[in-house]
Design a protein around this ligand. Structure first.
Ligand code: F0G
Length: 457
């Protein structure tokens, strides 16, 4: 009998989470104006709002905290982290930042000019935000399969080299770099293959355009390569990660994901000139070069976290836990985005509750129902998130209406996954009764999802 995987850790400390009643949750969510961001965490039983900064650190990381060197300049923890980043990525220059978007802010301050085009594979919101804030344009060159929720492509995060070449040809001397997000959060935590990275890298070199990774979930990407790409079955995760980075020129990193810490980020690159200019912005926006927005102890914990996150056994238990939830839902007939991504399961609200009109925010309605029935907090990735058209002020209706269930790392058990699946099955079984959704009664002009208020129809 083939033995199943099992978590390569045991529990040393537990954190209580509170159960509540259906009646309590109905009251609380109404008081929160049906916005899940307005709920205090003690009113949530299982929190799947994000996998960012919500994971559990290991005993090794907690003990590394005690060794943190808080010197303003020349911190030993900085030197150790720099060495680890160099070992894992191969990149020579390193700048710590307080989180991923801060790394984007610093690097883009050097590289992005008004009118520039920055191609990539479905840029993450903050990445796009930092590009558009500088009056430049992000162009999505994802493969067509990326947005077909049931297409069984093993590497839906891939860039289409033909689309990319066209963007290169149409915009001579106006592309400062390409962003390659590994795994691609926006298309559902979908991975990118080494073959595709190589092809994109080759094209970039031909046109003399740098390739920058948005590497928040690079270790999860490496795991998928090992499992799905021919020729990598026997290659270690660390080797695969290094190979991925070898084909690029640098990276921005939100360490809150595959750094296994609660806060932190960095830039790593090979180009000395870009590093020198970025270093100035880093000092201005983040902090001196040897801490850049992080405590010494946080850098110490991150060095350990990067090492742990690139170990096969950890990654197997992490990704297979997410896959377990996804497969249970598929077994129950619940419509989910497939294949299951690395960090989250995405519910397809268009197929789940087509009975709720789109104008009444069906994915938001599903996320609210999931909270009311099970105390589970996911997040809407649909019309609410898509905001209004800035000119017409009409709602933008994206192709997909999703609810993201992001799974924090090393935090919940398989029983929690079973509970989530059972709650969703119950909701799915009574889906025909869902006829109406919600109306917005108050919203901000941009990024409304954080503060929007609804009333129930
Ligand atoms: N890039 C990707 C691919 C991300 O998923 C995120 C954050 C960032 C950059 C920004 O990093 O939060 O450290 O500033 N994603 C979180 C999420 C917020 O919930 O998916 P940050």
């Amino acid at each position: 009998m083939k033995l199943p995987y099992a978590e390569p850790y045991k529990v040393k400390m537990v954190e209580s989470i509170k159960r509540s009643t259906l009646e309590q949750r109905k009251k609380w969510i109404k008081k929160a104006h049906y916005n899940l961001f307005n709920l205090s965490s003690d009113k949530v039983f299982i929190d799947l709002l994000t996998d960012s900064g919500t994971g559990a650190m290991s005993d090794q990381q907690w003990s590394a905290l005690m060794s943190g060197d808080e010197s303003y300049a020349g911190s030993k923890s900085f030197l150790k982290l720099k060495k680890t980043v160099n070992k894992i990525t191969g990149y020579k220059y390193f700048l710590p930042t307080h989180q991923g978007r801060a790394a984007e802010n610093v690097l883009f301050s050097v590289l992005v000019k008004e009118g520039n085009i920055i191609p990539g594979n479905s840029h993450f919101d903050t990445t796009k935000g930092h590009i558009e804030f500088r009056k430049a344009t992000a162009v999505d060159c994802s493969i067509d399969e990326a947005f077909n929720t049931t297409a069984q492509h093993p590497f839906k995060g891939n860039i289409d080299p033909k689309k990319l070449k066209k963007v290169f040809d149409d915009n001579p001397d106006n592309i400062p770099f390409v962003v390659f997000t590994i795994t691609c959060n926006t298309s559902g935590g979908q991975p990118v293959s080494i073959e595709n990275i190589k092809a994109v890298s080759k094209l970039c070199k031909t046109y003399n355009i740098p390739l920058i990774f948005d590497a928040a979930r690079f270790a999860e990407n490496a795991y998928f390569i090992k499992k799905r790409e021919k020729g990598y079955e026997n290659t270690s995760i660390k080797k695969i990660a290094k190979e991925m980075f070898y084909y690029g020129d640098g990276m921005t990193m939100s360490a809150k994901k595959d750094g296994l810490v609660n806060m932190g980020g960095f830039i790593a690159l090979n180009n000395e000139e870009v590093y020198k200019q970025a270093a100035i912005y880093n000092i201005m926006y983040e902090g001196f070069l040897t801490y850049g927005g992080m405590n010494g102890r946080d850098m110490a914990a991150l060095a350990v976290g990067l090492d742990e996150a690139t170990e096969f056994d950890y990654l197997e238990s992490r990704i297979e836990q997410v896959a377990y939830l996804g497969e249970k839902l598929i077994e129950y007939g619940v419509p989910v985005l497939q294949p299951i991504g690395g960090h989250a399961v995405f519910l397809d609200a268009n197929k789940f509750v087509p009975t709720i009109p789109r104008e009444e925010y069906r994915a938001q309605a599903l996320a609210i129902e999931l909270y009311i029935v099970g105390g589970i907090r996911g997040v809407e990735i649909g019309t609410v998130l898509a905001d209004r058209d800035p000119f017409t002020r009409k709602n933008r209706y994206p192709e997909l209406e999703l609810v993201r269930l992001a799974i924090p790392r090393r935090t919940y058990s398989l029983n929690h996954m079973k509970y989530i699946a059972a709650v969703l099955k119950n909701i799915y079984d009574s889906r025909d009764q869902a006829k109406s959704g919600y109306t917005i009664i108050d919203e901000a002009p941009i990024m409304r999802h954080f503060t929007v208020k609804f009333k129930k129809n």
